[in-house]
Design a protein around this ligand. Structure first.
Ligand code: PLP
Length: 373
């Protein structure tokens, strides 16, 4: 559904020029270490829409994409040229193997059982099928434990049956450059990868790209940083803002001191207060945990959220704005030059990833591309 600016309570601006600039930045960083830069476009490109994000990343030079499940691959594959690779990170769900060749997606095999299932399909079809292998290197999430890695490395016929494109693992603590786990994971990963000396390696996500050249391997897998989220304190993370979010002022009122605001009347005014009601709430992904904690901005002025965020609206204090500066129908900033995606995540007690992937479907969406303009 396309939502007009006039009918929307929120306006989401997606800057594809900034997305491409961020991609090129990480591609250049990876190239210095001899690695390529893949893009993670799972969860509908972190909520921004694969149909707009994937073509922009292709234009910026990306040749490897990652999603997490097959249905996402079904949507992304038709957007890609034949020579561009598409991996499915969560692996072969039971019974799903035959769908992969039909779609043209490459499974990440996360267990010995998955590897054998894939090899059996390849044998049955009489063709070599492509795959990646994921090793579990201390995170205990997805991937083969060391004994399975050894088993598959010495499995008779496996390498002849399977066209092994990539061995990979995932960093548990990449956002913390000082975490001892990073070096430990790198060592465990390199030991396992040494059993497949001719195969490309991939370890780093966004945070991992600044941990040092050894983490880059042959392919980095960048997600959140492409979309403007900064997962680490590292100074190299000056990114361009891809997402801006504005909320519409849908009602203005002035109330006396001692007036309750919102569900539960959790906030009571202590002065005569000018309140603006904004036309979005937690159903739009403006999390309820921002109740009484977050803020909007207008003309550079911070305007605190008063009381609870409702499903479809919330109240902000606009008393300190110059009189008659704000009108019903005006837009105030929620994510933009004065308040970053990461700051919103922190105020909500979560991370930028969750803010992005929670963004709802009721926004008027503006797609801009400064480069193309
Ligand atoms: C989500 C994901 C990524 C991307 O992580 P970011 O922190 O968003 O860069 C990379 N690899 C795997 C396996 C993932 O699940």
């Amino acid at each position: 559904m396309v939502i007009s600016e006039a009918s929307a309570g929120g306006r989401l601006t997606i800057d594809l020029g900034a997305l491409k600039a961020n991609y090129r930045r990480f591609a250049a960083l990876a190239a210095r270490d001899g690695a390529a830069c893949g893009a993670v476009v799972k969860a509908d490109a972190y909520g921004l829409g694969v149909e707009r994000v994937v073509p922009a990343l292709l234009a910026a030079g990306c040749r490897t994409f990652f999603v997490v499940q097959l249905d996402e691959a079904r949507v992304v594959r038709p957007l890609l040229p034949d020579d561009v690779s598409l991996y499915v990170l969560n692996g072969l769900y039971p019974g799903s193997a035959p769908d992969y060749p039909a779609i043209g997606a490459i499974p990440v095999l996360n267990s010995l059982a998955q590897a054998r299932e894939w090899a059996a399909l390849a044998s049955a079809r009489g063709e070599r099928l492509p795959a990646a292998l994921q090793f579990d290197t201390i995170m205990s999430r997805l991937g083969m434990p060391p004994e399975e890695v050894e088993a598959i490395a010495s499995e008779p016929g496996f390498r002849e049956t399977i066209d092994l494109k990539l061995v990979m693992s995932h960093l548990a603590c990449s956002e913390d450059r000082d975490a001892p786990a990073n070096a430990r994971q790198l060592r465990i990963f390199e030991e396992a990868a040494a059993l497949f000396p001719d195969v490309s390696r991939s370890l780093a996500n966004s945070g991992g790209t600044v941990l040092g050249g050894a983490f880059a391997g042959d392919l980095v897998r960048v997600g959140i940083a492409l979309y403007g989220g900064i997962p680490t304190e590292h100074p190299n993370f000056a990114l361009e803002r891809v997402v801006s979010l504005d909320a519409k002022v849908i009602q203005l009122r002035t109330v006396p001191p001692g007036t309750g605001v919102g569900y539960g009347l959790t906030f009571t005014t202590t002065r005569e207060t000018r309140i603006a009601t904004l036309g979005l709430g937690y159903a739009d992904g403006w999390l309820r945990s921002l109740s009484g904690r977050g803020a909007a901005y207008y003309g550079g002025q911070r305007l605190p959220i008063l009381g609870r965020v409702s499903m479809d609206s919330m109240a902000i204090d606009v008393t300190d704005l110059p009189p008659v500066s704000l009108h019903e129908g005006d837009w105030v900033e929620l994510i933009g030059p004065h308040q970053s995606l990461d700051e919103v995540g922190a105020a909500a007690g979560t991370i930028s990833y969750e803010i992005l992937t929670s963004l709802g479907a009721r926004y008027h969406v503006r797609v801009i591309d400064e480069e193309a303009a």
